[in-house]
Structures are given as C-alpha cells and as structure tokens.
Design a protein. Sequence first.
Length: 188
Amino acid sequence: MSGLLLTSLPPLIHIRGDLPQARALRSALDLITFETEAARMGGAAIGAGLCCIVLVNILRAYLAGDERPRGWLGALSDRHVGAALRLMHADVAKRWKVIDLASEVGMSRTSFAERFKSLVGMAPLEYLVRWRMTMARNALMREDANLATIAEAVGYESDTAFSLAFKRMFGSSPGRYRIQMQRQSLAA
C-alpha cells in the first residue's frame, strides 16, 4: 500500500498556513518539536505515532485542495473508479472481471477500463494483482500462516499459482521472501 501511496504523491506538497487543515498539522508539528527537543521516556513511540498523524493531515490537506491528485490517490476520490477500488479492497479474493467491476459502478466495460487506466495509471486487473501481491507480502512479513492460506486469502486457488505471481512481481518466491524478512527482523 505504501508504494502505491508514495508513487501517487508529488515530490513536494505545499500547504498554505491559512487553510483549516493547517491547524491540525501545526499542532502535530509542535508536538514533534516538543518530543525531539530532549530525550523523554516513550519518545520514539510518540514520534512514530505523530509521524502518522502528520502524514494523514498532509494527505487530508492535499486531497481537499483545488487540484485532483493524480494516480491511485486521486482515483480514490473519483465516484466510479473510487467505488471500484473500494470493492476490490473489500474483497481482494473475489475473482473480479472488468465487466463485473464496471457493472457494479454503473459504467460500460470500455468506459470504465479507460477511465480506470487514465486515473490509476494501470488496467484494473493489473492493479488488482499488484494489490493482492502487496497484501500477500504484508502477510508474509507479519503472519505465520502457510502459503496456501495466504494464497487463498488474496484470491489464488493454488499456492503454486500464487508463488509464480509473487516471484514474477518481487523476484523471489514467497517462502524465500518470508525467510529473508525473518532474518532481517532478527538482525534488527
């Protein structure tokens, strides 16, 4: 998810200080300043939480601006494509077809596919595969579930098909990726 988000953001976001959204952001930045002025117990945990608050407030201000963001983030605010993205996210394991997504959001298949690609930067099913692989990668890092369970959870009927798709996307098998992440976690 973070990759999709980060590639959707411009290199610089300017938030005017007189905007209503700037007030919450200013408060969070003041707290970060306070927490980093001196070492305090729990400061790292508070800092991590505050960074999330700052990011969310920046995104809120960015989305409330006059220009619609490009890419995945902007597509979320589109009535049709945003609805399709929410459908895919809500049921990632469903065997979605472009015609089904188009029908669900009240568009023709062709119009939907063109609009989706224009806003998201990739075709609907390509996006779905990337989203599935992102979810699978997160599950491999955080869960102990076996590959067949993860494969099923992200919409693959077999762990073999899942493993091939994962290796195609990330250059490593899911099992090898999990081992690599466990080693990195132990080293840290």
